[in-house]
Design a protein around this ligand. Sequence first.
Ligand SMILES: Nc1nc2c(ncn2[C@@H]2O[C@H](COP(=O)(O)OP(=O)(O)OP(=O)(O)O)[C@@H](O)[C@H]2O)c(=O)[nH]1
Ligand SMILES: [Mg+2]
Length: 497
Amino acid sequence: MASSLTTFTDEAKIALDTLSGRATGLFSPSLRLGVTGLSRAGKTVFISAFVHNLIHGGRLPLFEAQKSGRIARAFLEEQPDDAVPRFQYEDHIAALVNDRLWPDSTRAISELRLTIEYESASGWSRMFSSGRLSIDIVDYPGEWLLDLPLLGKSYADFSREAFDMAVLPVRADLSQEWRALSAAIDPNADADEMTARRLAESFAAYLKACKLDERALSTLPPGRFLMPGDLEGSPALTFAPLPGLSERARPGSLQAMMERRYEAYRTHVVKPFFREHITRLDRQIVVIDALQALNAGPGAMADLERAVTEILACFRPGRGNFLTDFFSRRIDRILVAATKADHLHHESHDRLQAIVRRLADRAVARANFTGADVDVVALAAVRATREGTVKQGRETLPVIIGTPLKGEKINGDTFDGRTETAIFPGDLPEKIDAVFDVSGPDRQQNPGHRQANEDPAIRFVRFRPPKLERTAEGVTLSLPHIRLDRALQFLIGDQLA
Ligand SMILES: Nc1nc2c(ncn2[C@@H]2O[C@H](COP(=O)(O)OP(=O)(O)OP(=O)(O)O)[C@@H](O)[C@H]2O)c(=O)[nH]1
Ligand SMILES: [Mg+2]
């Protein structure tokens, strides 16, 4: 049951961590900023652009401390946690700036410390503040976060929910093979490693298919089945939900084996991650790829909303939630950011933001979430396009101009990765309701999917990172962005007041 998981040692350990964190914080104030999002959402690009713009004094008119010239310098320092891999900032920037390539996918947690020296805005604060703020940026896969609800679920709950989700119309065909395999299994039969492995592999294949599918479904737990980190192949990852469980598992049965491994997963994977990383955060940004979900249709939007709801519930659990006891430090600001807005003409940026606002509002309401400020923004951490217009007959159409990645296709043309192109990206719908409506009139057959004959809302082509301008002296300017400054202001602006 839920309450039994908070052992005394857990609580004591967290309290101690928090105390020592506070104590060292007295000397050099620090802020722990978590950056999460499902895979490929844009976390790595966001962090790289965040740091690059601060170090290189980017154009950030909505970031007050920078605008008013109070930031003396920003630089990287050694991170506080020796056991966590460093965020490879230099490699990612080299890829973006020198090679005009997007950074490689990152599949685990990493950390970077950025220190800002600044002058407080008021004389009063100048007397008391050290004029230094260290920001510890922690990048971790959103998939791992989706595991946290497992801390409150028994193996039986987990199994039941997994099967309930698997038969939903959006997932039924993808889960079919795994369900068929499971149906032929007797949980009461003797435990057998090969059966366990076959089930785990089939279950993992289904979860991966959900992610890869054009429907762009968000992930279901266990997160490490998709992002194993260093645990690939370990028994703690070799389990799967089972149907038709008995009240008490017979010792030596397959059910008993699966239950034990599920427990091991919770104890050795989920709990330490939560304790060592999540409970220490002060601020959090959740990066989402709303455009991909919008393009895939209302089913994918509903799925994204579900994922965001579960993610929010982990940060700031309402009263009576079993996670509440874990937190001693409290996340007070959360930003839900739809990145890659440079795929749209600026006229649609506000619409995108309104869609994210609706999604976040619904998630906040459903997550029974209290206490933290939640804001939303539609941004592009790195702006890969610029805007223009194209005359077509009498009409003047707004377009975006960029260099599509090698191999990208539009209307049968394949791009070579060097040619610049103007694209009419399409508009987001003015009426927000439509993008959330899974039960629209023509969706009965294939609920939640975009129909084959329906045009996607946005023409989605992936562009190469932009070519950076250089000054007359040959200095490269910082990475261009859209509304990154708004995100900075919300996440750290008050700390530099
Ligand atoms: N145009 C544009 N594309 C972006 C932007 N941010 C991310 N992308 C695209 O999205 C892809 C994924 O971005 P990443 O930052 O690597 O995403 P991630 O969340 O770190 O992904 P994982 O490490 O695989 O979990 C990139 O390779 C780009 O193609 C952006 O601001 N503008
Ligand atoms: Mg990454």
